[in-house]
Structures are given as C-alpha cells and as structure tokens.
Design a protein around this ligand. Structure first.
Ligand SMILES: Cc1cc2nc3c(=O)[nH]c(=O)nc-3n(C[C@H](O)[C@H](O)[C@H](O)COP(=O)(O)O)c2cc1C
Length: 216
C-alpha cells in the first residue's frame, strides 16, 4: 500500500537506526523513565554546597555566590570552581590568582543568594549584605566571619578556564568554626530552589576499601 501524498516523509521512512532507537526508548519508558532536557541535566547532578568566593582586586574586596564546585584531589588538596567571565570575580581571580572559599550555613541563605544577584562592579557587597572581613594568612582576600568554614586558595591550574571556566585551586589554609555551622551547608538544585542537608547515615563500617577516609 502506498502512503497518502501528504504523509510527512519522516513518518513514511524510518531508518533502521531510528527504529532501533525507538524500540530502546519504548523499553526505557516502560520501566518508568521519560526523557529529561539535556540543558537541565545540572539540576540532577547536584554539585557541592553553595559557597561564597572572596576575592580582592586592587585592594577592593568582593564576594560572589557559587554553586558549581567540587573536590578533585585529596593530596595536594585541589578544589574546582566554575567562575565565568560574566562575573567581576573572574577578573579578580585571573589577575590575583587567589581567593577564599567561604561556606555559609543555611541560616545565611537569603543573604548568600542576594550576593549572587548583584555584581561587585556596582556595589560593595560586604557592606550591603553585612558580612565581616577577617584577615587570611596566605592570601590577600578576606575570610568571611559569618561563614562556618573558610578555605584560603591559590590557582593551581587554569588550563580548563578558556574552555569551561573551570578553575583548579589548591587549598593553602583552612579555618573551621563549628559554633557557626548551625544546620549546616545548603545546596542549589539548579532552578532557584535549595535543599538543606538531610539525615546523616553512618556507613563508615562498610567503607572497607576506604578506611583512611573515614578515620578522624
Ligand atoms: C545560587 C547561585 C549559584 C551561583 N553559582 C555560580 C557558579 O557556580 N559560577 C558562576 O560563575 N556564577 C554563579 N552564580 C552567579 C554569580 O554569583 C553572579 O554572577 C554574581 O553576581 C557575580 O558577582 P561578581 O560580579 O561580583 O563577581 C551563582 C549565583 C547564585 C545565586
């Protein structure tokens, strides 16, 4: 039987590859999955906690909010951050090659999100949002007094910046104030919603291959 002349070509002719792909999609759909938009995949792979990056350029300190970050190497302690050229902090990082990563607890969330919605090009965010600078030892940018952890960092490798805005940083000094940890860090779900830490599940005994990691 021939197709009606108005039938779209794609509906009439299906390549073997397309037929195989459709058959696979059917199997996956039958298992309860539907396709998720590629440009939203970051909402599923939740990276590190929401942090603030403290920089200082020409003696002028600044803060930005960052959600795309992760640990990369244990020893030496290398961390990775995405900081793009749309941020004033990018120029500071490029020029000075140092920063402080400050980790806020969830009770600072509204101020921290506000920090990520204005630029240091236009405002002094330290003053506007009421954060307290404390001196760092190994770098010029200040620690953030209100955050429960502050990590002094130097740029260790910028080879991935041109392609991915990905900065590899080596931690040079770390400060922890348990008394400021409160309910702990919080996480960006990639769509303007945030999650708090849930219940802690202790599986240290199952980490048989990784005992060095679970020791205090
Ligand atoms: C929750 C949140 C997460 C963000 N994560 C990132 C990030 O991972 N990388 C980035 O370059 N900008 C990120 N931003 C945007 C910057 O914080 C924003 O562009 C900020 O205004 C930059 O400040 P600056 O121009 O003073 O450097 C984030 C903003 C928010 C609110």
């Amino acid at each position: 039987m021939t197709d009606h002349p108005h039938t779209p070509k794609t509906a009439r002719v299906q390549s073997p590859a397309r037929r195989a792909s459709n058959a696979k999609s059917d199997i996956v759909a039958a298992a309860g999955f539907s396709e998720f938009p590629l440009d939203r995949v970051h909402r599923l792979i939740e990276p590190g906690p929401v942090i603030m990056v403290s920089t200082s350029r020409g003696g002028r300190p600044n803060l930005m909010t960052n959600g795309f970050n992760m640990s990369v190497v244990h020893d030496p302690p290398i961390l990775a951050l995405v900081v793009g050229p749309w941020d004033y902090s990018y120029d500071a990082l490029r020029e000075t090659r140092e920063c402080v990563i400050a980790i806020p607890s969830i009770d600072l969330a509204t101020r921290v999100v506000d920090v990520g919605n204005v630029s240091g090009r236009d405002v002094d965010k330290w003053k506007r949002f009421g954060f307290t600078p404390l001196p760092a030892i190994t770098v010029a940018p200040p620690l953030v007094g209100e955050c429960f952890a502050n990590i002094e960092c130097r740029v260790a490798d910028d080879r991935l910046v041109a392609d991915y805005n990905l900065w590899l940083l080596e931690a040079t000094r770390v400060w922890l104030a348990e008394s400021k940890r409160g309910l702990g860090e919080f996480h960006h779900r990639g769509d303007g919603t945030f999650s708090a830490n849930g219940e802690t599940i202790d599986m240290k005994r199952r980490m048989t291959k990784w005992q060095a990691l679970v020791e205090d």
